[in-house]
Design a protein around this ligand. Structure first.
Ligand code: CMP
Length: 225
């Protein structure tokens, strides 16, 4: 059974009442996924809802050889709700980027939970609205923006999510390869390398070991549409 104290610390749960948390605890099961383990694939039928207790999960779609990262989810975030709500196949694939511990809830239990506890439904709707907002912004950037602007924006978003203040600047405390970044931005790896080099020459970023450090966020912001 999932530990209650642990759940209380994570964002999605911290806004719920203790009684709601207990319901989730009773219904869910903990499951550990090793790094690089696929949790489910796009277009398969959805049977489970997942909450991230620890680790990091990538949500992505694929078109031929190309991949697009839709989201990277951390502790306290959930996924797998869409197929359980609209009964359509999975809209995207999910994979553990690091070893991860998830709360897994079966489809029928998830639906019962929502029907019975409006506060839990409300929290899920709130998150879905935030994700739609984010997706709308991304559509705008893909439609009207250019790669440089999108990459600058991605670096700033990474800074918000994974940033750690250092003497040099805001260090993105997660190792992303140029390919990882390309899949988030929606471009090729070579283009990412080229633009990162340009940002480096302009003193917007630097590298510390394999980590990117944002040395001038205001300058980066000027590239964002
Ligand atoms: P589902 O369609 O069941 O399976 C894939 C899951 O990825 C989906 O539910 C959502 O939980 C999640 N997902 C899809 N698109 C996004 C997005 N743009 N941002 C965050 N999560 C997403």
């Amino acid at each position: 059974m999932v530990r209650l104290n642990y759940l209380k610390k994570v964002t999605f749960f911290s806004e719920l009442e203790e009684s709601d948390l207990k319901k989730i605890v009773q219904i869910g099961k903990n499951q550990r996924f090793l790094k690089d383990k696929t949790i489910f694939n796009e277009n398969t039928s959805g049977e489970r809802f997942y909450i991230v207790l620890s680790g990091r999960i990538k949500i992505f779609t694929r078109s031929g050889e190309k991949k697009k990262t839709l989201a990277i989810l951390d502790r306290g975030e959930f996924f797998g709700e869409m197929a359980l709500l609209d009964m359509e196949p999975r809209s995207a694939s999910s994979i553990a980027l690091t070893e991860s511990e998830l709360v897994v809830i079966k489809k029928q239990d998830f639906r019962k939970l929502l029907a019975k506890y409006p506060r839990i439904s409300f929290q899920i709707m709130k998150t879905l609205s935030q994700r739609l907002r984010q997706a709308d912004k991304e559509i705008e950037a893909l439609t009207f923006g250019d790669v440089i602007g999108r990459l600058a924006n991605t670096l700033l978003e990474f800074g918000k999510k994974y940033g750690q203040e250092t003497q040099e600047g805001l260090k993105i405390n997660m190792a992303f390869s140029h390919q990882d970044i390309a899949e988030v931005v929606g471009t090729g790896r070579e283009m990412v390398s080229r633009v990162l080099n340009r940002f480096k020459r302009l003193n917007c970023i630097t590298y510390s070991n394999r980590f990117i450090v944002l040395t001038d966020q205001n300058k980066l912001k000027q590239w964002v549409r």
